[in-house]
Design a protein around this ligand. Structure first.
Ligand code: PMP
Length: 352
């Protein structure tokens, strides 16, 4: 009954969503603030009869709004949109990587990359991080790879690789293969690699509305790259699902882009909460990696991550630990509202 390849699947496990009680949910890097009033107004006035018709398969108006929001000479033919950046990642894997050489990525990075590599039968090579959890650029460039992918800032560490590092990777890498930089968390303090696009036609940047635009439930992600690469992603999309972004999400996505100032403000609040929370944790004896994301990666020397997670969960707060060798003593904590983080801080101060 089953295709043989089905038995090889190793599905991604997202942050849990238990229903047994009300939890403060700090385990999926969701944004604690509501979407902008412009998005809420668009929802209120949306004419439901538009659901009768298929959406624009190319999401032209949305791509124009994204390009305009990004500025820096970006045009709509440099934008590709999809049903969350996870789907966009799938199209990228299908389009640019095959079994001829391994795909390189850091040992600890977004854990969906190995899942897609398995799905598309792409060999992989995990490149160890330095002892301080930074990306080792020279090791990423060694040997023959089909492409490179990593998140910047990286997940789950939160550490940002400055643009000088991205430039070194691009300068040292063959121009006939892509370097994919997943900027899911770039709006929380990092500088985007978009300014490097004119110089490096093999650079592919991924973004999502899920975190900094409070859209995790709406599913919208996009790619910024040179128009030739974008055209190839359309070929892949049109061979799989013609209409990945529904008509309502296209509309609210445009409203969100037009209200970019709102998001800059709430994300500044999140960064402020993050920095305050990180210093308070350090004072309480926790190790906290430097983060330019909406989460922090922390550990208490001598206590395993799973035990920290369980003790916090008992108190009605969800965080995330990773059962991956090398990071089992750490937990990842998304930044919520100020009062959520105060509550969590009280709980964590009691963990010895
Ligand atoms: N990239 C990274 C680095 C992420 O952490 C996530 C969120 N899990 C995604 C991509 C996917 O985000 P989404 O599909 O919600 O756009």
């Amino acid at each position: 009954m089953y295709a043989q390849r089905f038995f090889d699947l190793k599905p991604y496990v997202p942050g849990e969503q238990p229903k047994d009680r009300v939890y403060i949910k700090l385990n999926a890097n969701e944004n604690p603030y509501p979407p902008s009033p412009a998005v809420q107004e668009t929802l209120r006035t949306f004419d439901a009869s538009r659901f009768r018709l298929y959406p624009d398969p190319d999401a032209q108006a949305l791509r124009e709004a994204i390009a305009e929001m990004l500025g820096s000479g970006i045009t709509s033919d440099m934008i590709f949109t999809g049903n969350g950046s996870d789907e966009v990642l799938s199209f990228i894997f299908y389009t640019f990587f095959d079994s001829a050489a391994p795909l390189y990525f850091p040992e600890h990075t977004y854990s969906f990359y190995p899942v897609y590599a398995g799905y598309y039968n792409i060999p992989i090579k995990r490149i160890p991080l330095a002892p301080d959890f930074t990306i080792q650029i020279e090791s990423l460039l060694e040997g023959e790879s089909a492409g490179i992918i990593f998140a910047n800032p990286n997940a789950p560490t939160g550490i940002y690789l400055p643009l000088s590092g991205i430039r070194r990777i691009l300068e040292g890498y063959p121009k006939d293969r892509v370097v994919v930089v997943d900027e899911a968390y770039i709006d929380f303090g990092g500088e985007s690699a978009i300014c490097l696009l004119p110089e490096f036609p093999n650079l592919v940047i991924i973004r999502t509305f899920s975190k900094s635009f409070c859209f995790a439930g709406a599913r919208l992600g996009f790619v910024v790259a040179n128009p030739d690469l974008i055209r190839s992603l359309f070929t892949t999309k049109n061979s799989f699902n013609h209409f990945p972004v529904d008509v309502l999400t296209q509309e609210i996505g445009i409203a969100a882009c037009h209200d970019h100032a709102y998001y800059r403000n709430i994300n500044a609040l999140i960064m402020h909460t993050r920095d305050r929370f990180a210093s308070a944790l350090r004072e309480a004896g926790w190790d906290v990696l430097p983060s330019l994301t909406n989460f922090v990666f922390v550990r208490k020397p001598g206590i395993e991550g799973q035990s920290v997670y369980e003790r916090i969960r008992e108190r009605g707060i969800l965080v995330r630990y990773f059962n991956h060798p090398g990071i089992t003593s750490w937990v990842r904590i998304s930044i919520g509202l100020e009062e959520d983080m105060d509550r969590l801080l009280e709980v964590m101060k009691e963990i010895h």
